[in-house]
Design a protein around this ligand. Structure first.
Ligand code: SF4
Length: 113
């Protein structure tokens, strides 16, 4: 039996899941799905920053296009730290395509002229 808080929406339901993946405490089906994924294959979105190579002391914010396996967060962060982009940047530009074969791209989330 595990207990945790659902982070899918701001309501923050307190979820309980047993060894047979029966979920209680969820107010909607998304909570049950979240609880099952959290036990069998936990995933997280990542937000970070990337260096802008052609601007002095400038970084741009990035995020994963979809959630990645929780166990790969540090490896993905290392890849993000290696890369640099050139300005101008636009929201939605891809800094890294399919990072470490996770199926997630690293997407720029800020415009820099
Ligand atoms: S179970 Fe549903 S209502 Fe409750 S926090 Fe999760 S997504 Fe929101």
């Amino acid at each position: 039996m595990k207990e945790f808080t659902c982070i899918v929406c701001p309501r923050g339901c307190r979820l309980t899941i047993d060894d047979k993946l029966n979920v209680t405490g969820n107010s909607c089906p998304r909570g049950a799905e979240y609880a099952k994924n959290e036990v069998t294959n936990p995933k997280r979105m990542i937000t970070s920053i990337v260096r802008v190579k052609n601007r002095e002391n400038t970084v741009v914010s990035v995020k994963t296009s979809t959630s990645i396996p929780k166990g790969m967060i540090f490896e993905v962060m290392e890849e993000i730290n290696k890369v640099g982009v050139d300005a101008p940047t636009h929201i939605g530009d891809i800094a890294i395509k399919n990072v470490l074969n996770t199926g997630a791209d690293i997407i720029i989330t800020k415009n820099i002229d």
